[in-house]
Write a new protein. Structure first.
Length: 297
């Protein structure tokens, strides 16, 4: 199958491209820059020039494919509403092209905010007010009525591994190195789910090949890693002290990261594993921290 991948040169996208090619698909990678184009070509995919805010380029790229893996997103937390609007316009464009074909449309989401005080699962449907991106996921799940095999893959907030993760754990490592303290909030019992990027890429491939229309899938290998354990592992690797940060000082210490690091957001992938036969095989988050993949600079 010819599959267009947005975010193809990114952290999750690059390993997804490799898995899709290994499974026999012809991948077209959307490239906004020469640097992205070079990375995509090196992965073995066909380069298609375009960007998420250029709908004409998206339409042209999708018209060359039989399915779309939409992983690209603007993660600027200062412009969340605008990013969600751009995302919705892209999804609309892909849906217009794929309508009536039965082709797959995979859209990325996240597991944060699924449930309060309990383990989140694939059946949970958070309200759109929790995150403007969740409305786009709900819209995507309604697209099977237009003849599209649409699905949403919710990724753990920590997608870890070697080679250049710039996500939440990398931010925590940088804060720890700069301040000389690897902190956790309160007792640090709140939990983050995690998944290795190579396992996440494999799930994307399995979803394209096997998921039924309207599926919600969780890219979660570890249901919940205590934030105190994350801080301890970072402190040990960076040789800095590990300390509890009182909740009323969290904003000053962690800046914007505090609202995420304070969340207790365990999530299950039991249904996903059963549906797709997905079994994570790569290392854990704490193992990757201990291996030096988060140097804090």
């Amino acid at each position: 199958m010819r599959i267009l991948v947005t975010g193809a040169s990114g952290w999750i996208g690059s390993t997804s491209v490799k898995e899709l090619i290994a499974a026999g698909h012809h991948v077209l990678g959307l490239a906004r820059s020469d640097e992205s184009a070079a990375k995509i070509a090196e992965l073995g995919a066909e380069v298609v020039r375009g960007s998420l805010d250029d709908l004409a380029s998206l339409r042209g790229a999708a018209a060359q494919a039989e399915g779309v893996v939409h992983l690209g997103y603007n993660h600027d937390f200062s412009q969340m509403a605008a990013a969600a609007q751009t995302d919705r316009a892209a999804i609309d464009t892909f849906a217009d092209v794929l309508q009536g074909t039965g082709g797959p449309l995979l859209v990325a989401g996240g597991t944060l905010g699924l449930a309060a005080g309990r383990m989140g699962n694939e059946a949970d449907m958070p309200g759109a007010q929790s995150d403007p991106r969740t409305a786009n996921a709900a819209y995507t799940l309604g697209l099977p009525e237009r003849g599209i095999r649409s699905m949403v893959v919710r990724f753990a907030p920590t997608v870890h591994g070697a080679g250049g993760d710039h996500g939440f754990v990398a931010v925590l490592a940088r804060i720890a190195r700069e301040k000389g303290v690897s902190g956790y909030i309160g007792e640090g019992r709140n939990r983050w789910p995690a998944v290795h990027r190579l396992d996440a890429g494999k799930l994307v491939q399995l979803a394209i090949d096997k998921a039924t229309p309207g599926s919600v899938l969780h890219a979660v290998a570890e249901e919940g890693v205590a934030t105190r354990d994350i801080a301890t592992a970072l402190g040990q690797f960076l040789s800095v002290s590990v300390e509890s940060i009182p909740a009323d000082h969290a904003q000053a210490h962690f800046d914007w990261m505090s609202m995420f690091f304070a969340a207790d957001a365990p999530a299950s992938s039991a249904r996903t594993r059963s549906l797709l036969g997905w079994e994570p095989t790569h290392g854990t988050l704490l193992e990757d921290i201990a291996a030096g993949h988060y140097p804090g600079h």
